[in-house]
Structure formats: structure tokens, C-alpha cells
Design a protein around this ligand. Structure first.
Ligand SMILES: Cc1cc2nc3c(=O)[nH]c(=O)nc-3n(C[C@H](O)[C@H](O)[C@H](O)COP(=O)(O)O)c2cc1C
Length: 266
């Protein structure tokens, strides 16, 4: 499946994590479309997304977490990876964010959940192989109108949606010299979601490339920072494509994650 870059780029700013859903079932055509995107969008071998059409409550049960309970959704998407692949975390982040942006474009709400779910229950629902693990899940559905009081408290009254300035995460070429696609790609990467909003990415800019690295090995809370970086990678690529720049990813060893290099402009 080709990346619908304008559609996903437009979905980046309005996306935000929602944790309380209105319990109505999704329509059949919405479910069929989501299922098709999960099946068709397989940019990397070893990383997959599965739509599960049942209440995810038993997957979240007993796993409240710092943001409170995720309630009321009628479906869930599980993001699974082959743990024998040393790049699986960034691959799952990239793939999962693509599905999340498609759901956002469909006006559906989501929330990456990497820590506070029951991985064994999720694994049994999506039938993982021996070498596979469900690394994260998202509820998918209609969020209740407006942030509920509980959601506002749990997200620190918007604090967990704030982002660091770009200057804090970028090195290399002076910003005044950035081509338009790099400005757009890094603006998109900056607002990517990350576990506990830690924004663990660093970006090194050269005239025709962006290298993504992990900031430091601390504060992982059991969720790989490389997964967050995979999310930022997807944002970089859809913004670049939307600027007419087609590039290629090269996956790199720690602490670097990947480099996106321009192949051609259209
Ligand atoms: C990999 C990953 C794991 C996450 N895990 C959880 C989680 O376990 N529980 C939760 O409520 N939110 C979780 N989140 C959501 C983040 O807290 C949220 O993305 C971040 O605070 C930024 O807010 P925003 O998504 O509204 O922009 C996770 C996000 C990511 C990317």
C-alpha cells in the first residue's frame, strides 16, 4: 500500500490521545476499512497490526496506569513484532503510527498504550507466534465529546500534550539553511506522541538527510524509546512526501535509530 501522505500529514496536528470512549459500535464500513489498512500496510516484515473487534476492557483490566482507566472502547488494534529483529521497536512504532493516523483521518479516537495493558491476554487474542510480542495496543472508537474531567486531571491539564521546542532536539545544519521539507518534517516529528510524553528523539540535520537518535538510555519505563522514534520517523516521511521529497530509510545501530536521505524530488 502506498502512503496516503497528504491524508496522514493532515491527521498529525488534530491527533491526541483519548482515554474515554462513548461505547457505540463502529460502523461496518469503518471496521472493514481499518481492517484493510491493517492488512495492506506492511512496510516492514516482522511488524503487524491486527484489528480486534471486541471491547478491549479485559486487555486493560487491572492495568490502570498513571493516566487512569481507558474506558468504553468497542475495538482495539494490537501492534505486534518479531523480537528476533533488532530493529523491531522502530518498525512497530512506524507501522502503528500509520494506522493511528489513518484512524484519526477517519475521525476516530485512539491512544497508544505501551505499558498498562495485559500483554498475555492481547497475545492470545491476536495469536502471536513464539518469537512475537504485542508491543503496544490502541483502543479505537468514538471518544466522548470534549476531554472528561478525569482525562483533564490525568493528563495534567494539557501538560502531557505539550512539546519541547525544536531547538532542544536538533543539531547540524543551521535552521535558516534548512530546505522547506526539513522544516516541515521536523515540525511534524516534534508533535509525535511518545510514552509518558518523554519525546526521546534527537535529530541531526544535513542538507539532504535527517538522522534520528535516542536521547539517552534513561527513563524507559519498560517501553523502548526506539518505538517512540519509529513514530517520529513516520511523521518525518509523510511530511517530506507532502513536500514532494521522496527519501529512503537506513536503519542504524544504537543510539542512532535511522537516517532518512533524499532520493529524488517530484
Ligand atoms: C509508545 C507509547 C506508549 C504509551 N503508553 C501509554 C499508556 O500505557 N497509557 C496511557 O494512558 N497513555 C500512553 N501513551 C500516550 C502518551 O502518554 C501520549 O501520547 C503523550 O502524553 C502525548 O500526548 P498526546 O498523545 O495527546 O499528544 C503512550 C504513548 C506512546 C507513544
Amino acid at each position: 500500500m502506498e502512503i496516503p501522505y497528504s491524508r496522514w500529514h493532515a491527521a498529525i496536528p488534530p491527533r491526541r490521545s483519548r482515554r474515554q470512549y462513548d461505547s457505540t459500535d463502529l460502523e461496518q464500513d469503518q471496521l472493514a476499512h481499518l481492517q484493510e489498512v491493517c492488512r495492506e500496510f506492511r512496510p516492514f516484515e516482522g511488524a503487524r497490526a491486527d484489528l480486534v473487534i471486541e471491547s478491549p476492557d479485559r486487555i486493560f483490566r487491572g492495568a490502570v496506569g498513571p493516566y487512569g482507566k481507558i474506558k468504553g472502547a468497542r475495538a482495539l488494534i494490537a501492534f505486534t513484532g518479531d523480537m528476533d529483529d533488532p530493529h523491531i521497536q522502530e518498525k512497530v512504532g512506524y507501522l502503528g503510527e500509520a494506522i493511528i493516523l489513518e484512524a484519526t483521518a477517519m475521525k476516530l479516537a485512539t491512544c497508544w498504550v505501551g505499558g498498562f495493558f495485559r500483554p498475555k491476554v492481547a497475545a492470545s487474542v491476536v495469536h502471536t507466534a513464539k518469537n512475537e510480542r504485542v508491543l503496544a495496543v490502541t483502543p479505537v472508537g468514538r471518544a466522548v465529546d470534549g476531554l472528561t474531567r478525569e482525562e483533564r486531571i490525568m493528563t495534567g491539564f494539557g501538560r502531557n500534550h505539550r512539546r519541547k521546542p525544536l531547538e532542544a532536539m536538533v543539531s547540524g545544519l543551521e535552521r535558516a539553511d534548512w530546505p522547506q521539507w526539513i522544516e516541515s518534517a521536523l515540525q511534524a516529528a516534534r508533535i509525535a506522541p511518545s510514552a509518558i510524553n518523554r519525546q526521546p528523539w534527537l535529530f541531526h540535520v544535513e542538507p539532504d538527510s535527517i538522522t534520528v537518535s535516542v536521547d539517552n538510555p534513561r527513563f524507559t519505563f519498560g517501553i523502548s524509546k526506539r518505538l517512540d522514534c519509529g513514530i517520529a520517523m513516520l511523521h518525518i516521511e509523510v511530511a517530506a512526501l507532502d513536500c514532494g521529497v521522496q527519501g529512503r530509510w537506513e536503519l542504524l545501530g544504537a543510539p542512532r535509530v535511522a537516517r532518512y536521505t533524499v532520493e529524488h524530488t517530484v
